[in-house]
Every structure is written in structure tokens, then in C-alpha cells.
Design a protein around this ligand. Structure first.
Ligand SMILES: C[S@@+](CC[C@H](N)C(=O)[O-])C[C@H]1O[C@@H](n2cnc3c(N)ncnc32)[C@H](O)[C@@H]1O
Ligand SMILES: *[C@@H]1O[C@H](CO)[C@@H](O)[C@H](O)[C@H]1NC(C)=O
Length: 260
């Protein structure tokens, strides 16, 4: 009773604070909800996803590996891209027809397998995963899907560590360096801009054009804004391809007079 008497006069202040920090409060409740859901359903588990796919798919059959992943995600929490993102990713890869692809954030290898199946025979995927267990199990999934070690490279480290070491992986057999045609970022939105800057600095993006696909799972406007400011400030090099709710596609092309 007393607490009610005390709290009623505070109500306007609480409403004002809630209004002022609307975005923060919404983000906080979103996170609390995600946390509660995870408690109820269990955390996404790389070991369990791997075991399910490994023992239930037909080895050597790409489509079976992907279908088994989908089956797993129907009944378990999963960090793999959703069917909606997968469809958008496939469409982008078919349009760009890349041969050198970088994936940041491999997890169990689901998106890696999707990417690899669309590459030309001489194509190559470099995929980076900082969780060593996920890196190991993801690599096994790629092999189970039937891809050869010459078609991909798993780098078990953070994106920031991996990027400066990428040059040798991009060299052709004749020793000439080809840049990346496509980069998929699905690791940590806070890293998207620093990693993009590092890729530019290291001149790893193909001079003839590169598509960058940035995945946003939890909608956070501020994550978009930083990177959008950067690319809008460089109209000679970048243009925004498509801006889906969960995926931002950016096209890069090297320009001589960029005014940096
Ligand atoms: C959402 S999952 C990736 C899912 C994957 N693309 C798929 O759909 O199959 C994100 C992964 O990125 C990894 N990760 C997070 N930050 C990273 C970083 N800075 N460098 C490398 N990997 C990172 C996490 O360990 C996690 O496995
Ligand atoms: C394989 O799939 C069945 C049926 O969907 C499931 O019950 C089983 O746990 C899976 N195997 C593993 C090792 O996860």
C-alpha cells in the first residue's frame, strides 16, 4: 500500500525517462526477451548442430547437408542464417558470380556450404571463425558436403587477425593476385566497419568490383549508420546495392581519384 502511495508521484518521471530513452529501453527489453527465450529453448550449440547434421545427412551430398541443417533449425535454436537470408544470399551469389569469396563468421559451416556450391570449379572460399571448436566442426561439415580442401580455407582466428594474412590465399597458381569478389560478413556487426576499412587498407577487394553482404540479425540502426556514413562519403568507390531488413549489399569498385 505504502509503496503505491510513494510510487504514484514518481510515475510521470518514470514515463518521461522511458520516453527519453525509448530506443535504449526497447533494445534492453529485446535483449531480455532473447535471453529468456534462450533460457527456455537452450543456447545455440555448435556441438549439437554438428552431431545432428553429421549423423543424419547423406555424406557427399550438398543438398542433403543443407536440408539436414534446415531440419535441425526447425526444432533447435541455431545461429545459422535463416531461410529468408539464405535465399537472398543465393540470389546475390548467382548475380555476382564470384570466384574468390571471404566469409567472416563461419560457425557450423552452413552458409559456407551454401556459398561453395555456387562457386565455379576454380573458385575458392576463405572462411574465418574465431571459436576454435566451431572452426573445427564447421570444416568437417564442409568436407562432409563433398568439397575438397583445395576449394576452401578455414582460418581459426578473429577477423581482425585474419584480414592482414589473406594475401597468400588469394594468389592464383601463376602468382598473380586476384582480389575478393564477394565478402559475407555475419560475425559481429561492431566489426563490420573496422573490417571493411582493413580490407580496403590491405587492398584485398578486387579492383574490378566486389560485393559486400552484411547480415544484420538483431536490427540495430546504429550498426548500419556508421557503415552507411562511410560508404556515402565515398561515392566514387561504393554504392548501395540493396538494403533489405536483414542484409545490406554494398558494391565496391576501386577508383583512382577517391579523395581519401
Ligand atoms: C551468426 S554465426 C555465423 C553463422 C554462419 N554465417 C552461418 O549462417 O552458417 C557468427 C559466428 O561468428 C563468430 N565470430 C564472432 N565475432 C567474430 C570475429 N570478430 N572474428 C571471427 N569470427 C567471429 C562467432 O564465433 C560465430 O560462430
Ligand atoms: C538425427 O535425427 C533424429 C530425427 O530427427 C534425431 O532424433 C537425432 O537426435 C539426430 N541425431 C543426432 C546425433 O542428433
Amino acid at each position: 500500500m505504502w509503496s503505491m502511495v510513494v510510487s504514484v508521484p514518481l510515475l510521470p518521471a518514470v514515463v518521461m525517462v522511458l520516453g527519453r530513452y525509448r530506443v535504449e529501453v526497447a533494445a534492453l527489453s529485446h535483449r531480455a526477451l532473447a535471453w529468456a527465450l534462450r533460457l527456455l529453448r537452450g543456447a545455440p550449440c555448435v556441438r549439437s548442430a554438428h552431431a545432428f547434421v553429421f549423423s543424419n545427412c547423406t555424406h557427399g551430398k550438398v543438398d542433403s547437408v543443407l536440408e539436414t541443417f534446415d531440419l535441425y533449425a526447425d526444432t533447435h535454436p541455431s545461429l545459422c542464417i535463416s531461410p529468408q537470408i539464405a535465399e537472398a544470399l543465393d540470389a546475390a551469389v548467382k548475380r555476382v558470380r564470384p570466384s574468390r569469396v571471404l566469409e567472416l563468421g563461419m560457425h557450423c559451416g552452413y552458409a559456407s556450404v551454401r556459398l561453395l556450391r555456387l562457386l565455379p570449379p576454380a573458385g575458392r572460399l576463405i572462411t574465418v571463425e574465431m571459436d576454435p571448436l566451431a572452426g573445427e566442426l564447421g570444416e568437417e561439415v564442409i568436407l562432409v558436403a563433398g568439397f575438397k580442401p583445395s576449394q576452401f580455407q578455414v582460418l581459426p582466428c578473429s577477423s581482425a587477425e585474419a584480414i592482414p594474412t589473406l594475401h597468400p590465399f588469394l594468389e592464383s597458381d601463376d602468382g598473380t593476385g586476384d582480389g575478393l569478389d564477394l565478402v559475407l560478413m555475419d560475425h559481429d556487426p561492431q566489426q563490420y566497419l573496422p573490417d571493411l576499412l582493413a580490407l580496403e587498407r590491405e587492398e584485398l577487394l578486387s579492383a574490378s568490383g566486389c560485393s559486400l553482404l552484411l547480415i544484420y540479425r538483431n536490427q540495430r540502426a546504429e550498426d548500419h549508420r556508421e557503415i552507411l556514413d562511410h560508404i556515402r562519403g565515398r561515392p566514387g568507390s561504393y554504392c548501395i546495392g540493396s538494403e533489405l531488413q536483414f542484409m545490406l549489399e554494398i558494391s565496391y569498385r576501386k577508383e583512382k581519384h577517391d579523395g581519401i
